[in-house]
Design a protein around this ligand. Structure first.
Ligand SMILES: [Zn+2]
Length: 113
């Protein structure tokens, strides 16, 4: 998708520091963090949102979760705990229509926050 910010980051047209990356996904820090640690795990391939995911995306999702564990270690929250979340749609605060997994931590998190 030529007008997609995360696709531009994936292809290198938009340069952004990466926390870590693997063959299927890359991780960046959120520009508007809601906690001391707030990273986004983004698949290189354009997938609009979680409702488009299916069994055929299993390898991509596995690679995203492997990368999330690596990012948690790099950011120092692997042992203390953190939250992984997909926002789905406008009411959940989804602002970029390219799938991304939020990794949030670095402070005690409430049951929903
Ligand atoms: Zn995209």
């Amino acid at each position: 998708m030529s007008d997609c910010l995360f696709c531009k980051m994936s292809g290198g047209d938009v340069q952004v520091p990466r926390v870590a990356e693997n063959a299927a996904a890359f991780a960046i820090r959120d520009i508007n963090p809601r906690a001391p640690v707030h990273a986004l795990i983004i698949p290189r391939r354009h997938i609009a949102w979680a409702q488009d995911l299916g069994l055929e995306d299993g390898d991509t999702l596995g690679a995203m979760f492997e990368l999330a564990t690596e990012v948690a270690a790099i950011e120092g929250v692997k042992d203390s705990g953190y939250r992984l979340a997909f926002n789905v749609g406008e009411a959940a605060g989804m602002t970029i229509a390219h799938l991304h997994l939020h990794l949030v931590g670095g402070r005690p998190l409430g049951p929903e926050g």
